[in-house]
Design a protein around this ligand. Structure first.
Ligand code: CTP
Length: 401
């Protein structure tokens, strides 16, 4: 996540049913301290009222070229001049066509043409309209012109059909705007991340797992993408949505996770092991559901491979980061783990505190000593960690050169 305070964003809204999602997007941006100026087309006002958006953004909404509030009557120049970004969400097929052809017949299209800042558009339309050759031609042209196209997503549509054309969710558009502003500290780097719990089967229906939610690993994947990295996320079972730009490999057991990590580790510049990997698996899994008896039952467990130690031990290892989940003597145990696994950076947290929660309080242990980060939402911790990792990674490269 980038620091969005003081950023000025023009949010354009055009006439589609997805305009209702713009209200949530405004809320997310305003909560982050963004100065949001809303510009609506006349058609957009048929779907959501300017009054709603004015209340959410805390600023008057512009809907017309001829707005007497701008003394020189040049709202299109005034509004685009001081902006850091223009985002249009939703962008209808008609609006994409206008943009692709340089038409400027209302305030929003005119200020898009008069802009000096980047333009992001989130298309929203019926799947046939999206598939239409003219729309596809317009989208290709906009990409050539440097306009960033966000989505669309696939799924249920307001018209009752299912397919590609739905606007991305407000949170996803917010993430993309964030990503746009984040410093590109890891541009061109490949970051491999393990996240979530593992599930070690006992029989066809039962297994051993843990309470890891995957939130920290997924937040790191998002932050690394925002920093310009290519991200491969190897995830155990979670209910989270992975960032669309990440390559996601879904696995269940530690052995599966190990196989997938081995496949990607050599090409990675940075490896971050966030997954709560089960230390043991059942030696013999049953191919049938085990039947109940009135006798005691013993499961024989055998150790799983240590994925982090394996990657750190490769002949030319990526820069390795581990997460130590401890229940006591946090620093001593985490440092011992760091030395044992031979990783340059270990992130220590209290297991009972971090697992499943939205916040985290972590301590970083590396050759420079111990460095504590203040308790914060995992998304914020992830951004700070990525900045720290990028700094150590650059330092390591310099030392090698
Ligand atoms: N890890 C791993 N493979 C394992 C076990 C752990 O890659 N089989 C990684 C985790 O992803 C994490 C780090 O090692 O980055 C530390 O995990 P943690 O569970 O704290 O430590 P363990 O090595 O499992 O030791 P213990 O359970 O005894 O604390």
């Amino acid at each position: 996540m980038a620091d969005l305070r003081q950023k000025r964003v023009v949010l354009g809204i055009t006439g589609g049913i997805a305009a209702y999602k713009a209200a949530e997007l405004v809320r997310l941006l305003v909560m982050d301290g963004v100065d949001v100026q809303i510009v609506m087309t006349q058609a957009a006002c048929g779907f959501i009222t300017p009054a709603t958006l004015q209340a959410l953004s805390g600023k008057p909404v512009f809907t017309d070229m001829w707005d007497a509030r701008v003394p020189d009557n040049m709202a299109h120049i005034e509004l685009s001049r001081g902006s850091d970004l223009i985002a249009v969400a939703p962008a209808t097929a008609d609006f994409l066509a206008k943009l692709a052809n340089g038409l400027a017949d209302d305030l929003l299209s005119t200020l898009c043409i008069a802009r000096e800042c980047p333009l992001l558009v989130a298309p929203a339309m019926n799947r046939q309209m999206w598939d239409n050759k003219a729309t596809q031609r317009n989208v290709a042209q906009l990409e050539r012109d440097g306009v960033v196209i966000l989505g669309p997503a696939s799924g249920d549509q307001a018209c009752g059909e299912t397919g590609l054309g739905r606007m991305l969710e407000a949170q996803q558009i917010y993430d993309e705007i964030n990503s746009h502003f984040a410093p590109k500290l890891l541009a061109g780097r490949h970051v491999l991340i393990t996240a979530g719990p593992t599930f070690e089967p006992i029989d066809t229906v039962r297994g051993i797992t843990n309470r890891s939610s995957g939130k920290m690993g997924y937040a790191l994947a998002r932050a690394a993408l925002d920093a310009g990295a290519k991200v491969t996320l190897v995830s155990g079972p979670t209910s989270l949505d992975a960032p669309a730009a990440a390559r996601v490999e879904r696995v269940e057991s530690a052995s599966d996770m190990f196989d997938v990590v081995k496949k990607h580790a050599k090409a990675a510049d940075i490896f971050i092991g966030v997954a709560a990997v089960a230390d043991y698996r059942v030696e013999k899994t049953s191919t049938h559901k085990i039947k109940k008896t009135d006798k005691n039952m013993t499961l024989k467990l055998v150790p799983n491979p240590d994925i982090l130690a394996y990657v750190a031990g490769l002949p030319r290892p990526p820069f390795c980061v581990g997460f130590a989940a401890e229940s006591r003597q946090l620093h001593e145990n985490a440092d011992a783990k760091r030395r044992r696994k031979k990783v340059p950076l270990m992130v220590a947290n209290l297991a009972q505190d971090a697992i499943g929660a939205d916040d985290n309080e972590v301590t970083l242990l590396d050759d420079n000593g111990i460095h504590k980060l203040a308790r914060a939402p995992k998304t914020v911790v992830a951004r700070q960690l990525v900045a720290y990792i990028a700094k150590l990674f650059q330092g390591r490269k310099k030392k090698k050169a």
